[in-house]
Ligand binder design. Structure first.
Ligand SMILES: [Zn+2]
Length: 271
């Protein structure tokens, strides 16, 4: 069977509480041998590491999601540095900027928007610093914030690398990311009927510059669209991507797993 990795899953969410063992079993049965559980704050980071300690196939990214940066303490660096030391921490994140639902769209003022953006930028900056310091790479969340985010990562581009997860931007933006030597990853959106722009991006991404992910419990691919997503569905994503790349599943497996090992260097080589 062709082996694939789910490089972006939220296994610490309550969505999996009732049937966690079955979720992992279905992943294994589908050939998904490694899963990176992505944190959204420090508590979620600890939960992800706990899962990684309990299950050989699970690894963790530790960090703070921009969508709840306003809840973060002023400085998360010392705790994050500590969490980054864990042997199963393979990246910092998810981190970045998210301007999709600014306070201004929900009755807030322009000043509220500025404050919200400033806090996101501070928390992101701290995570870039820890990534550069620890030699870990970053899992990047970007929504409606590309230009600001791109400006912020520029000074770090030679000291850490990032993967723009759930990539869904233009080819021009893809080229900017690739030009930095950074990476992208693709979710189940690639299987959606209205996902042609994502398939075009996949077609334009070199085989050694992208990875596969579910972003579960969100974004279940066809034929599960709208249901709870889980790591086993990387299989369905791989089928569509192999078709777009006009390659075999074996070629896609070896390219994406190699990229994951280069990017998440603490992933063990055993599958
Ligand atoms: Zn995510």
């Amino acid at each position: 069977m062709d082996v694939f990795y789910d490089t972006h899953a939220h296994l610490d969410y309550d969505d999996y509480k009732a049937d966690f063992a079955e979720v992992l079993e279905r992943a294994r049965a589908a050939g998904i041998t490694k899963i990176i559980s992505i944190a959204t704050d420090l508590t979620s980071s600890r939960r992800a590491l706990q899962l990684a300690e309990q299950h050989a196939m699970i690894y963790a990214a530790v960090g703070w999601h921009p969508g709840n940066a306003h809840e973060a303490p002023d400085d998360i660096r010392s705790e994050l540095r500590e969490l980054a030391r864990h042997p199963k921490t393979v990246a910092i994140g998810e981190c970045g900027l998210d301007y999709y639902r600014l306070p201004g769209t929900q009755g807030g003022t322009a000043a509220d928007d500025e404050k919200y953006k400033r806090k996101q930028a501070e928390i992101f900056q701290q995570q870039l610093e820890i990534a550069a310091e620890t030699g870990l790479n970053c899992v990047i969340h970007q929504r409606s914030s590309f230009d600001d985010l791109f400006a912020q990562i520029q000074p770090f581009a030679s000291r850490t690398k990032g993967v723009f997860h759930c990539f869904g931007e233009s080819i021009e933006r893809l080229q900017k990311i690739l030009g930095l030597g950074w990476f992208v990853s693709y979710t189940g959106i690639v299987t959606f009927k209205n996902g042609q722009n994502i398939r075009d991006a996949v077609a334009a991404t070199p085989m050694d510059r992208f990875m596969l992910e579910t972003d579960c419990p969100y974004l279940a691919p066809v034929p599960y669209r709208g249901k709870r997503c889980e790591p086993a569905y990387v299989k369905d994503i791989s089928l569509t991507i192999a078709e777009v790349k006009k390659c075999s599943l074996a070629e896609l497996s070896s390219a994406t797993c190699d990229t994951a090992h280069r990017f998440f260097r603490r992933l063990s080589s055993m599958s």
